[in-house]
Each structure stands twice: as structure tokens, then as C-alpha cells.
Design a protein around this ligand. Structure first.
Ligand SMILES: [Zn+2]
Length: 356
């Protein structure tokens, strides 16, 4: 494997929540190299992973069971029937526990990882090989409609928020997982959702439009002053699932000088949505090409979704395999300047325009 000269900032992973869940049951920890899952510190260092958005996701009490029970697979289609909203009090308690867990990890790390709150802190980490963790909450259930918790989480370090996951909450409606289908699956933001957008603008919290339905997307596009960001998704034209972005949405993101992070889940990349890890790496290159063609080279990045229950192609495998994606992009004709943008510069630019 070639040495990676491009530090990689990544738009989305579920590693924090995954390790919080499994470590208590005797599973892997963040500081020891494991063959399970996708990210731990040693593998991140091998892969040139400089940091990224670490999500806290509040699962339903019976998340896996509900997902399985609601899954309907057809001949050339799949659908997870709409998932129920979860209890906000439980979600808030859970989120606090994972935030606290993160701060304990940071303290144990002896300076190897850092929760970053400003651009200067982010740049300092990248320059000094400190893994930069941007605190992200995926789905705003932990935040009350009065937005008291938003203020507190912001002071604790929250710098990025997904309004919804793929279920409804007090603020909006997430897309049910469905293929083939348009992301236009229901109503837009609620009144509380509209107020959440304005409050995040005021505080400088980046809004992530992954998982939101199309009407919610357009509501944010209308209300938000920040660049539009979708941290982990792909092109609907190449894989028509509800989770992917239409050309019309890409156009709005380009206009806002926003960014799209490419999701590595092969089921969200392949035209037939097959969960086939033997798919060649060209599938990822094809989506990057398409996004660059529609958004421009300044508005595309990575958004792996590592540890998010996804299927990563064997050629990449886990975070240590990231240099292979860089190699594939270089072979495709992306030069050093373009690779710098795709791997970290674009994320830094958008955060610079969003955080205050
Ligand atoms: Zn997600």
C-alpha cells in the first residue's frame, strides 16, 4: 500500500455509538487494533484518517428486530416499512451517556484524540497527527422542541446535527429505506424543525441533511444561511434509493457552495442495490465522478458511514483501506490538488463557513 499523503477528513461514522454499545459487553475498544468493525485508532492511523464526524445515534430499544420485521424484499426492490418515532426522554439520556463516554475516551487517549470545536483546533489536530473528533448527533430526538438541550450540547462541543434519521421526530421526517424510490416520501419540517434550523444557524452548528426527505431538504434550503451539507449519501441517478440525492438536490447544494460526502455502503452505490462486497472499487469512483460533474470539485468529499451497519467493498475493507480509494481516484485522473480537496480541504472550507 502506498503511503497516504492526503489526510482524510470523513463526513460520517458510527464508531463511537458502536463501541459504546459493544465495549460494555466485552467487545473491542477504540485504542486497540481489532479485526471487527471499521475504525479504531491504530487502523485510522494506518489509513491516513485524520478525523471526522463521529455520530451519536439513539437506537430504538429493539432496533435490529424492528428493522428486520419491517424489511420487505422484492424481485428488484426492497423496503423497510416506515419506522416508528422513538421516545425523546430515552434518546436524551442515551445521548448524554455517549457524550460522556466520548469525553472519557478523550481523557484516556493521552492526547491522541481530541474533540474539536473550532477550525483552529481542527487544523492543529491534522497538523499534529491527533485524531480530530467532530461531535455529531444523528437525528435530533435528544433535543427538546424548546431547544434548551441544543444550547447545552453546543456548549459541550456539538458542532453538527442531523435533523432526522430515517424515522419521524418532533422536527421533521426521515426517509424510509426504499429502493427504487424517490426521496420525496412525506411532509417537510415541522414548526419546531424550522426553528431548529434558525437556531443552528445562529450557534454555528452544521446541519446534516442525510436521511431527511425531499420536502424537508427544500425547507432547509429555503431557511438556512449555511452551505447545504449531506454527509453520507450518493447519487440517485446511479442508485435510485430514497437515501440518495436527485440531480435537482445536487444543483441546490452546488448553488449554496455546500458539500456531499460519499457513503461507502455498496448497497447504496450499485445500480441494482445489491449488498455485494465483491463489487470493484470503480463503483465508488463512478459516484465521485458523477458528484464532481454535478457539484464541482469544491463540493465533494468522503462520508464513509464506517461502523454504520454498512457493507464495504473488500478492496477497501475498513478505514485502513482508504489509501486504495485515493489510488483509484489518482488512476482515474484526479491530480494532487483535486485529491486534497476531496480528502480534506472541502470539509474544512464548509466548516469554516459554518462554525463561528
Ligand atoms: Zn446514517
Amino acid at each position: 500500500m502506498t503511503i497516504n499523503m492526503f489526510p482524510i477528513l470523513d463526513g460520517h461514522n458510527d464508531t463511537l455509538t458502536r463501541i459504546y454499545e459493544t465495549h460494555a459487553k466485552g467487545g473491542r475498544d477504540f485504542f486497540t487494533q481489532s479485526s471487527q468493525g471499521h475504525i479504531d485508532l491504530p487502523r485510522a492511523q494506518r489509513g491516513g484518517f485524520a478525523g471526522g464526524f463521529f455520530a451519536i445515534f439513539s437506537p430504538d430499544a429493539a432496533q435490529d428486530q424492528i428493522m428486520t420485521e419491517n424489511l420487505v424484499i422484492g424481485e428488484a426492490s426492497y423496503e423497510i416499512r416506515p419506522l416508528p418515532a422513538i421516545d425523546p426522554t430515552t434518546a436524551q439520556k442515551y445521548t448524554l451517556a455517549v457524550v460522556a463516554y466520548l469525553f472519557r475516551l478523550e481523557a484516556q487517549s493521552e492526547g491522541k484524540i481530541k474533540v474539536v470545536r473550532t477550525i483552529d483546533e481542527l487544523l492543529h489536530c491534522i497538523q499534529n497527527d491527533i485524531l480530530a473528533i467532530i461531535l455529531h448527533i444523528e437525528g435530533a430526538e435528544a433535543i427538546d422542541p424548546q431547544l434548551n438541550a441544543l444550547e447545552v450540547f453546543y456548549q459541550a462541543g456539538l458542532r453538527s446535527l442531523g435533523i432526522v434519521w430515517s424515522r419521524p421526530n418532533a422536527f421533521g421526517h426521515g426517509v424510509p429505506f426504499k429502493y427504487p424510490h424517490s426521496p420525496d416520501t412525506g411532509p417537510g419540517l415541522t414548526q419546531a424543525g424550522q426553528e431548529l434550523v434558525l437556531a443552528c444557524n445562529r450557534l454555528g452548528i452544521m446541519l446534516d441533511l442525510s436521511h431527511i426527505n425531499e420536502q424537508g431538504f427544500w425547507d432547509v434550503a429555503r431557511l438556512s444561511e449555511h452551505p447545504l451539507v449531506v454527509t453520507h449519501t450518493a447519487a440517485h441517478a446511479l442508485c435510485p434509493s430514497t437515501r440518495n440525492l436527485t440531480d435537482h438536490q445536487l444543483e441546490a447544494i452546488k448553488e449554496s457552495k455546500g458539500i456531499v460526502g460519499l457513503n461507502f455502503d455498496v448497497a447504496g452505490l450499485r445500480e441494482d442495490a445489491a449488498r455485494d462486497a465483491n463489487t470493484p472499487i470503480e463503483i465508488m469512483v463512478r459516484h465521485i465522478d458523477y458528484l464532481v460533474e454535478h457539484l464541482g470539485i469544491d463540493s465533494v468529499g468522503f462520508g464513509s458511514d464506517f461502523d454504520g451497519g454498512i457493507t464495504v467493498i473488500h478492496e477497501i475493507g475498513d478505514v485502513a483501506g482508504l489509501p486504495r480509494l485515493i489510488d483509484a481516484l489518482r488512476k482515474r485522473g484526479y491530480d494532487d490538488a483535486a485529491l486534497c480537496k476531496l480528502t480534506h480541504e472541502n470539509w474544512i472550507r464548509v466548516l469554516r463557513e459554518t462554525w463561528r
